[in-house]
Design a protein around this ligand. Structure first.
Ligand SMILES: *Cc1c(COP(=O)(O)O)cnc(C)c1O
Length: 392
């Protein structure tokens, strides 16, 4: 039987057994509405509050600083839109970067249509911003800085603590989209000094459709979703009890095994990078040092990323090109263009994202299967012929 290797963990992850086991009772016998006062309702309420404590503990927050959402996109939308709304009288300028996830980028674009002004900081070839650029971009009417902690396409980790310091010195709220970072690298919100932080369960082996926003004590955000009084009136809607319980179990598990997982996953990632960079005309994308443990991302010249992903799929390997969200469009991803890659090179991108579920055998299999696929695709490519003849 053909091997199956899942290497798209930045897209989503398989649910951990621990998370599933924790969730099951809340999908079956304990179905009570957490707002009800009878006992199975209270049981749900207690499960939510225990989960809040676990998540807070895992990221160095206080329980009352954790608000549950319907995922990473909602947390990003809530943070950005509510700060914009709340502080619109103070100013309408927001600072972000050109390598944000669409959940942030498209939210900012929507605010621009409402009259807000956004400065998108450029990045260098590694996907890093310049802190001087950030300082220079700050204005008297700047109300929010929102910067991704770890990029989902190239794995670059940004210096969030330093960015926080700059924001704090100027009295500006700072939000970070930490969806790719939480559960994969150690995170302590008080050490980082952030005001708002987004996370999503399905990126760290929790269930889909549930996430959280950390809101530092003392900050009062208006609700994005209005209705019932759940989440202290800040996020209406009957809670996703099982989802919340699963998220907490997955994060608790990830935090307990953090050191071991980082070591194991980094070693597998480095083996992938070393092996695949032996392919001619290949290049690593993102920061080689400040990099997510599980992200091995590349561009291969004279390769069409979509064809590569399909060829890998036929070998049982799940990978992605650019980002999953942009795979419906033919334009290369905004992130790959932002790090200075030419259009035709960016088209040949491949992202392999592994986690603690992967094994050394998975890596062996990818290293054996991928190079011949590249060679075969290039043999069929007119661009490759030109390249070999020095014409391209
Ligand atoms: C996946 C992801 C999101 C969106 O999270 P959802 O839970 O899928 O809504 C936001 N930001 C980053 C960096 C992500 O990787």
């Amino acid at each position: 039987m053909q091997r199956f290797v899942y290497a798209d963990n930045a897209g989503t992850t398989a649910l951990s057994k621990t998370a599933l086991d924790a969730m099951m009772p809340y999908l079956t016998e304990f179905y009570g509405n957490p707002s009800s006062i009878y006992s199975i309702g209270r049981k749900s309420k207690t499960a939510i509050e225990n989960s809040r404590l676990k998540i807070a503990t895992a990221i160095g927050a206080k329980t009352e600083e954790i608000y549950f959402t319907g995922g990473g996109s909602e947390a990003d939308n809530w943070a950005i839109r509510s700060v914009a709304e709340k502080l619109s009288k103070k100013g309408r300028h927001i600072i972000s970067t050109v390598i944000e996830h669409h959940a942030v980028l498209h939210t900012l674009r929507a605010l621009e249509k409402q009259g807000y002004e956004v400065t998108y900081l450029p990045v260098n070839a590694l996907g890093q911003i310049s802190l001087d650029d950030l300082k220079n971009a700050i204005r008297d009417d700047t109300i929010l800085i929102t910067i991704i902690m770890a990029n989902n396409e190239i794995g670059t980790i940004l210096p969030i603590a330093e960015i926080s310091k700059i924001a704090k010195e100027r009295g500006i709220l700072f939000h970070t989209d930490a969806v790719q970072a939480v559960g994969h690298i150690p995170i302590d919100v008080s050490e980082l000094g952030v005001d708002l932080l987004s996370l999503a369960a399905h990126k760290f082996r929790g269930p889909k459709g549930v996430g959280a926003l950390f809101v530092k004590k003392g900050i009062f955000l208006p609700a994005l979703l209005t209705g019932g009084g759940q989440e202290k009136g800040r996020r209406a809607g009957t809670e996703n009890v099982a989802g919340i319980v699963g998220m907490a179990a997955a994060l608790e598990e990830a935090a307990a095994n953090m050191d071991e997982n980082v070591k194991k996953v980094t070693a597998m990632r480095d083996r992938l990078i070393e092996g695949l960079l032996k392919i001619p005309f290949s290049q690593l994308t993102g920061d080689p040092v400040n990099r997510l443990p599980g992200t091995a991302s590349f561009v291969f010249e004279c390769i069409e990323g979509e064809s590569l992903v399909l060829a890998l799929d036929s070998k049982g390997i799940c990978a992605s090109s650019g980002s999953a969200c942009s795979s419906a469009s033919l334009d290369p991803s905004h992130v790959l263009l932002a790090i200075g890659l030419k259009h035709e090179v960016a088209h040949g991108s491949l992202r392999l994202t592994i986690n603690e579920d992967n094994t050394d055998e998975d890596i062996d299999y990818i290293l054996a299967e991928l190079p011949p696929i590249i060679a075969r695709l290039r043999d069929m490519s007119p661009l490759w012929e030109d390249k070999l003849n020095g014409k391209y």
